[in-house]
Design a protein around this ligand. Structure first.
Ligand code: DON
Length: 556
């Protein structure tokens, strides 16, 4: 049974109070997210005296309603937190875990990895972490201390509906066949054709699931009707997640990865994300190559940054995985002497060849989501959350109204076989029961002398790391303002394939030709990353939403 209702009568523009900006400067508090409805809900929590953690919890649940392509209760994510005075920096890992019945060969068919199995349908799903994660954030950092106050706006939003944007209508239409192929029960996404901007998306099943979470907290999701619906969904398909897997899910507080660049402290996510370690490596190599003395998007700067990216991603493939299961060599990977050595064969005139850097094809999508919140006390939250590729497994949990993630594809299903982002992996990232799949998500916060400088992050699969790296460099090394830093076009190299991906209008034809003559193979692609950032400038908050989507900055 399903309870979705679609009312297509309302095809107006967004109500005026929802018209938000891509870039604002405010005194007190700000929220930047992928959707105006979520930013608005977060803003109201801040106005009502909630702190950044309160607002972030409300935004996470709101995105699950208004941004179903990536916002979620059926997925997971990472948070980096910094208290206003800098005395408390922490990270929370609410990444999905492999179910207990998972094993290294689970996606092999006749000895070959079958990406359809790891990307679509019930078997692709890891045990979701988002609800447990938000409960952890609430217990440790909430100021309002009223859980239901933070979840209820999303119950309402799901129940009353909201007008979808043109981007969303296009996506829903593009994915319709995949929804039909991967759902065991009819739902609004399988039924509705020809979505248009302004159509109202009402999600009664999701409202009921959120109401249970509002009332019972963690148990509203990991036990009782929602958990039972997840397991029933598994049984209608080829899934293996059990009630026990759900009951045992646990998010983990972890020590942040920190590094210094340009006199500032960079605080980012440790494994099971590769993001923090790679960002630290990239910044360190940039320091060695003195990229800050070069010009923004000059050939010499772009070349140097590509070469740093090539080397960092080679390390990722070999050495990174869930550190609870695999001895990730943290100290070696972050050792300054090692990193100097790593970039010592850099040739300013010539591209390296990835085959020579020891240690698929590439699909473009921006379907994870990032949001940042900074409150009046300068507490900062930077959260990246995902169900992996667009709409995750494409399977809505029957009767519960939310998409399952397809995060299992982030494991290395077979050595040498790339995942959806063309990333390779090895022993470090093989599938094991209870293990967390390696991620590229890089929620990051920067501070200096005890003061907050920047909160930043983005979706984009493997391009997450290079996008965060470039925005941090744009601000700290090239001294662009926050809006320019976020809205400028980007480029990406990930070691293999040995190509550099450029957004179409990133560099002039002359500069591209020069890079090609140095040996870089350039491939144009659609947008790279969808960054949200809040920078503190002269005591005010410069909050910037990417201009690559519906993203929205709000504040006061
Ligand atoms: O954790 C990761 O690295 C991926 N699951 C993120 C997926 C993503 O960013 C999708 N958007 N392009």
């Amino acid at each position: 049974m399903f309870f979705f209702v679609l009312i297509s009568a309302c095809r107006n523009k967004l109500p005026s109070e929802l018209v938000s900006s891509k870039a604002i400067v405010v005194d007190k508090a700000a929220v930047v997210s992928a959707h105006p409805e979520a930013s608005k809900i977060g803003l109201q929590v801040l106005r009502d005296g909630g702190n950044a953690a309160d607002a972030a919890i409300a935004v996470q649940f709101a995105l699950a309603v208004c941004y179903p392509v990536a916002g979620n209760i059926g997925g997971g994510g990472f948070m980096v937190y910094r208290s206003g005075d800098g005395s408390d920096i922490s990270t929370l890992d609410f990444r999905e875990m492999a179910p207990n019945k998972a094993h290294a060969d689970m996606y092999l068919v006749d000895g070959k990895a079958d990406s359809n199995l790891s990307r679509n349908g019930q078997l692709a799903a890891g045990v979701p972490g988002s609800v447990d994660g938000m409960v952890e954030v609430f217990n440790r950092y909430s100021k309002l201390k009223d859980w239901s106050r933070l979840v209820e706006p999303s119950v309402e939003l799901a129940r009353k509906g909201f007008p979808i944007t043109a981007f969303q209508a296009k996506r829903f239409n593009e994915y319709r066949q995949a929804f039909i192929d991967n759902n065991t029960k009819a739902n609004v996404y399988t039924i509705t054709e020809n979505w248009k901007a302004g159509d109202l998306l009402v999600q009664e099943d999701l409202a009921q699931s959120l109401a249970l979470i509002s009332e019972h907290g963690r148990d509203g999701f990991y036990k009782g009707p929602v958990a039972e619906k997840i397991v029933a969904e598994m049984e209608r398909g080829n899934g293996i997640m059990s009630l026990e897997d759900l009951a045992n899910y646990k998010s983990v507080w972890r020590e942040p990865i920190t590094t210094e660049y340009q006199g500032k402290r960079i605080i980012s996510m440790p494994p099971p994300s590769s993001g923090g370690i790679l960002l630290a490596q990239l910044l360190d190599m940039s320091e060695t190559l003195k990229v800050d003395e070069m010009d923004f998007h000059s050939v010499e700067a772009v070349h140097a940054m590509i070469e740093a990216e090539r080397r960092a991603f080679a390390d990722r493939a070999e050495h990174l995985g869930d550190s609870d299961y695999y001895p990730v060599p943290f100290e070696d990977l972050l050792d300054k002497e090692y990193l100097k050595e790593r970039i010592s064969d850099f040739n300013p005139e010539r591209a390296s060849v990835s085959e020579d850097i020891a240690s698929g094809d590439f699909s473009a999508s921006e379907e994870t989501t990032h949001f940042c919140v900074v409150d009046a006390d300068r507490n900062a939250v930077s959260i990246t959350t995902t169900i992996n590729t667009g709409f995750g497994a494409k399977t809505v949990v029957g009767g519960a109204g939310f998409f399952l993630n397809n995060e299992m594809d982030d494991f290395s299903a077979q050595p040498g076989v790339p995942n959806a982002y063309g990333l390779l992996g090895a022993e470090a990232n093989k599938i094991e029961p209870g293990k967390r799949m390696l991620s590229s998500m890089t929620p990051t916060i920067v501070d200096e002398d005890g003061e907050l400088v920047l909160a930043v992050g983005t979706p984009g699969g493997s391009t997450i790391i290079t996008s965060v790296y470039q925005v941090v460099m744009n601000i700290l090394a090239f001294e662009l303002d926050c809006k320019e830093a976020v809205h400028s076009r980007r480029f990406h190299h990930q070691w293999k394939p040995d190509k550099v991906f450029f957004e179409s209008d990133c560099l002039s034809a002359d500069r591209r030709a020069e890079l090609e003559s140095m040996g870089h193979e350039i491939v144009e692609r659609s947008s790279i990353g969808k960054v949200e950032a809040i920078q503190v400038v002269n005591g005010k908050l410069s909050a910037v939403a990417d201009n690559r989507g519906d993203d929205s900055a709000m504040g006061f």
